[in-house]
Design a protein around this ligand. Structure first.
Ligand code: SIN
Length: 491
């Protein structure tokens, strides 16, 4: 077993226990499970393999802490969030290293995620103080009406492995700012980033029970506890549409508030009037970030037929420059996929497309490095009937389709049950408005491949879920509206 703490400046960031009610704790059954490095599948360390009963304890702790936390003046909550943000920034290099080791993404990208994650905490430190209500004209001369917003209560947070830091911080920042307490279940593959962040939250001074983390190799029972325990009043989940639907069903019995950030099938459209070099850069960012393992990744690249050859040629040159390897090595742009199952899915989708007549312009097979590496791949002559256009690829594969008119490309782009992100490149302002309005997606990148920022409302429509994270809207999901009708007031 290779322990990673030798490399860390602050060795305490590598936690091997979960966190309940302000205590670092083992599973009640004393079981543990290994956390592996997707680069070489070596074991990094072991963490508690907790059961539903441990999650119940965490929920009870969060419920007790809520009674006190919700009454804290907003400014005190904001100050704690601010301290936590500063600690995350101070330890960003160590946090990035832990993230790369357990998730595989290149170190620079991991550092970018730590900064992105911390920026949500910074943002919500400010938003905590802006939980405003309303005054409404009374319904009669003796009536006065007020609206106040109060924290929902205990929040269950279930997060994916592709962003082990930022997917937690953007939920946690909003929940804590609103006055909620939380129980987090990080993805089984990537619990170390969550534990490291929460150790910093403890250092910042969050009271016991306000933030709790349960680690487990078996998400089902712990997820069930968080979705069925009546003390939990809200669930926030990022992950697949299939699991999101299951969790929502489980939440129905106790009618919990639910926020779901689910799968995507983003179109990336390049019109003939686009700056093609900028569009190539956009595809590289949007498609190949995190080896193609993001919900907002370009999944289908549509290029107008008049510029198709020119564009694919430029893209090919850019993709050839992407270095594949161990995320800890300098200049590596593409790390391994998370596991064998992910690799097999990518392999199957590419194989199917090629069998159906797609051309392999670049890549197209497992990488010579072995393990979970897949070559950065460009597929040409792709048709929209192919399976690859209807599945989330979650790998470094860009399928390129040709189109001739706006109406044709809009029909294909919207032909998916998903509605998370979409991108297009054009320099024609009238077209920019037409296409922005016609795309059925929650987020649209126009002449940019990067739409992620804490100042904007992140979230989808259709089967990509609901709820918004970040921005001035982000706290709403963690607040209940209550209205006060005051009668007997002399006019
Ligand atoms: C995701 O993959 O769900 C999140 C990506 C992002 O926040 O940029």
């Amino acid at each position: 077993m290779r322990f990673i703490y030798m490399e860390l400046k602050e060795k305490q960031l590598l936690r091997r226990q979960a966190y309940i009610n302000g205590e670092w704790t083992n599973a009640s059954n004393q079981k543990t499970y290994p956390v592996k490095n997707p680069f070489d599948r070596s074991v990094l360390t072991e963490v508690p393999d907790m059961a539903a009963s441990d999650a119940r304890k965490a929920v009870e702790a969060a419920h007790n802490a809520f009674a006190v936390w919700k009454k804290k003046p907003a400014r005190e909550r904001a100050e704690l969030l601010r301290k936590w943000f500063l600690l995350m920034t101070e330890h960003e290099q160590d946090l990035a290293q832990i993230l790369t080791l357990e998730q595989g993404k290149p170190l620079d990208e991991a550092l970018g995620e730590i900064r992105y994650g911390a920026s949500y905490i910074q943002w919500f430190a400010g938003e905590a103080m802006r939980n405003y209500g309303d005054v409404i004209q009374g319904s009669g001369p003796d009536k006065r009406i007020l609206v106040i917003k109060q924290p929902v209560g205990v929040v269950g947070i279930i997060t994916p492995w592709n962003f082990p830091n930022a997917m937690i911080s953007r939920k946690l920042g909003a929940a804590l700012a609103a006055g909620c307490t939380v129980v987090i279940k990080p993805a089984e593959a990537t619990p170390l980033s969550a534990l490291a962040m929460v150790w910093l939250a403890e250092l910042a001074g969050f009271p016991p029970g306000v933030v709790n983390v349960i680690t487990t190799s078996l998400p089902g029972p712990v997820g069930k506890e968080l979705t069925t325990n009546e003390l939990v009043r809200k669930l926030s989940f990022t992950g697949s549409t299939q699991v999101g639907k299951q969790l929502m069903e489980q939440c129905a019995a106790s009618l919990k508030k639910v926020s779901l950030e689910l799968g995507g099938n983003a179109p990336f459209i390049v019109f003939e009037d686009a700056d093609l070099d900028a569009a190539v850069k956009g595809v590289i960012v949007s498609k190949f970030r995190n080896a193609g393992q993001t919900c907002v990744c370009a999944n289908r690249v549509f290029v107008q037929d008049t510029v198709y050859d020119l564009f694919t040629d430029k893209l090919r040159k850019a993709v050839r420059n992407l270095k594949v390897g161990n995320g800890l090595e300098a200049d590596v742009a593409i790390g391994p996929l998370i596991n064998d199952k992910a690799l097999e899915k990518v392999e199957r989708l590419v194989g199917d497309a090629v069998k159906e007549g797609a051309g392999l312009l670049e890549g197209g097979k497992r990488h010579a490095l072995g393990g979970c590496f897949y070559e950065p791949t460009i597929l040409t002559r792709v048709r929209h009937t192919m399976e690859i256009c209807h599945q989330e690829i979650f790998g470094p594969v860009a399928p390129i389709l040709a189109f001739s008119s706006e109406s044709e490309v809009i029909t294909m782009a919207n032909d998916t049950p998903y509605g998370l992100a979409a991108y297009f490149y054009s320099r024609d302002y009238a077209r920019i408005w037409r296409i922005s309005e016609a795309l059925e997606f929650g987020m649209v990148g126009i002449n940019t491949g990067m739409i992620s920022t804490p100042v904007a409302p992140f979230g989808g429509i259709k089967e990509s879920g609901f709820g918004r994270e970040g921005s001035k809207y982000g706290m709403d999901d963690y607040l209940e509206i209550k209205y006060l009708n005051i009668g007997g007031v002399e006019a």
